[in-house]
Design a protein around this ligand. Structure first.
Ligand code: FES
Length: 144
């Protein structure tokens, strides 16, 4: 089986799909190679991700990774969301095929992009906190 039950389950029944009105942060990332785009909306209250929604125009693995990533950060402190790595997302899905690892990178980067936007809106320079956003557009040939 190429995909784990968890991937298939999140793909067929994705959590937190949609948009948020008046979000505190929005991040959009894309992968030029496959053309997939992921958009994350965050609400932040008392330093916690009080709500999160996503829209993914992309492959099944991108939908599954964004779905589980939103579950992993919802209700959590911002610090935890910042620490969410693509490998944690892959582990939570019981693995992804090698050619689909870049989809999980999109999920990690979309959350970081949304947090960057959040800090920018607060008048805070996001780079020392969020770090430089990875260029998700470049060719991840080593991962494929
Ligand atoms: Fe590119 Fe999945 S194939 S995000």
């Amino acid at each position: 089986m190429l995909y784990s039950d968890k991937v298939l389950e999140h793909f067929s029944n994705p959590r937190n799909v949609g948009e948020l009105e008046n979000p505190d942060g929005v991040g959009e990332v894309g992968n030029a190679k496959c053309g997939d785009i992921m958009k994350m909306y965050l609400k932040v209250e008392d330093g916690k991700i009080s709500d999160v929604k996503f829209k993914t125009f992309g492959c099944g693995a991108a939908i599954a990774t964004s779905s589980i990533a939103t579950e992993m950060i919802k209700g959590k402190p911002i610090e935890d969301a910042l620490k969410l790595t693509n490998s944690a997302v892959v582990d939570a899905l019981d693995g992804l095929p090698a050619s689909k690892i870049h989809c999980s990178v999109l999920a990690e980067q979309a959350i970081k992009a949304a947090l960057s936007d959040y800090y920018t809106k607060q008048g805070v320079d996001p780079e020392p906190i969020v770090g430089k956003l990875e260029d998700t557009d470049h060719d991840h040939s080593s991962e494929e």
